[in-house]
Design a protein around this ligand. Sequence first.
Ligand code: HXC
Length: 277
Amino acid sequence: METHGFFPAGLYRGKTVFVTGGGSGINLGIARGFAALGANLAICGRTQSKLDGAAKELEALGARVSAHAADVRKPEELAAALTTCRETLGPIDVLICGAAGNFLVPAERLSPNGFKTVIDIDLLGSFNASRLAFDQLVETRGTIIFISAGMAHMPYAYQLHVGAAKAGIDRMMQNLALEWGRHGIRVNSIVPGPIAGTEGMKRLGGVDHERRGSDVPLGRMGTVEDIAHAALFLCSPVADWITGVVLNVDGGSGLSGSANFNANAARLLAEEAGKSQ
Ligand code: HXC
C-alpha cells in the first residue's frame, strides 16, 4: 500500500536524511518514504553496487543522493561518508541507524566471534553513526531513529546475539535521548514486526507470508511502508515532544510473544541441517 501521500507533500523538502544499511529492505523503504516527501538522501552500506541500485530508485523519486560505501564497524569509513553527505547535501536532519546482521544459531553453537560480529554491526555500528553525526545533528536540532527488534524485549530462540545487541540499542537510545535533548536532538526506536520480502524474513522466518500473517493479531505481515510511515511520523514536527520511546510497529505480533517465531526458526534450522547432510 503506497500511502506516503497521507503526509503533506514536501514535508521533508530540503532536509537531509542519512540511512545506514540503506541499500535494501526496511532501510531502503524508509529512505523511499523520505524521498517521496522531498528529502535528499545519503545511504551507506558495505556493497557499492547495491547502493548504486538503491540510489537510482531514490533519484527517480526526485531526491539528490549520496551513496557512499561504508561499514558501520569502521568509524573512519563512516566519518568519510558523513563528510561527503555534508558536503553534497548539507548537514543531517535525520539519522536512521538500520544496518544490522543476523543469523539463526543455537546458543551452544554461537562462536565468540559470531556474537561479537553482530554486536559490532548492530550496537557498536549504531553508536558509531550517532556519535560521528552528533555535530551535524546539533546544527539542525535533528532526529535519530534506531531500528530495534522484538528480541530486545523478550528472548527469542537462536537469537541470543541479536537480542543482546538490540537490547543494548534501546538502552543506548534512552541515554542519548536523555543527554542530547538539551541540544534539541530527539532519539527514538522502532521495533518492526515480521516484514514481508525482507532479508530478515528470509533468514529468520521463512518466506511463507500467508502462514506468518496468520500469526499476527492484525492478520497480515507488515510492509516496508508500514515502517517508513512510523519513521516519517516520528521525525516530523507533530512528534516534536516525543523522545526516548520504543515504538512497536508489528500488527500486535509482540503481544503474542516469541512462540511463533521460535517454531518457525526451529523449522528453518532443521531444513538447513537437512540440506547440508
Ligand atoms: C553460526 C555464523 C553464521 C551462522 C556467520 N557466523 N554466520 N555462526 N551460524 N549462520 C559466524 C561466523 O562463523 C564467524 O565466526 C562470525 O559469525 C563472522 O562471520 P563472517 O561471515 O566473517 O562475518 P561478516 O562477513 O562480517 O558478515 C556478517 C554477518 C552476515 C552478520 C555474519 O550474515 C551479514 O553480513 N549479514 C548482513 C545482512 C543481514 O544479516 N541482514 C539481516 C538483518 S535482519 P567464527 O567464529 O567462525 O570466526 C535483522 C532483523 C532482526 O536484523 C529482527 C527480525 C525479527
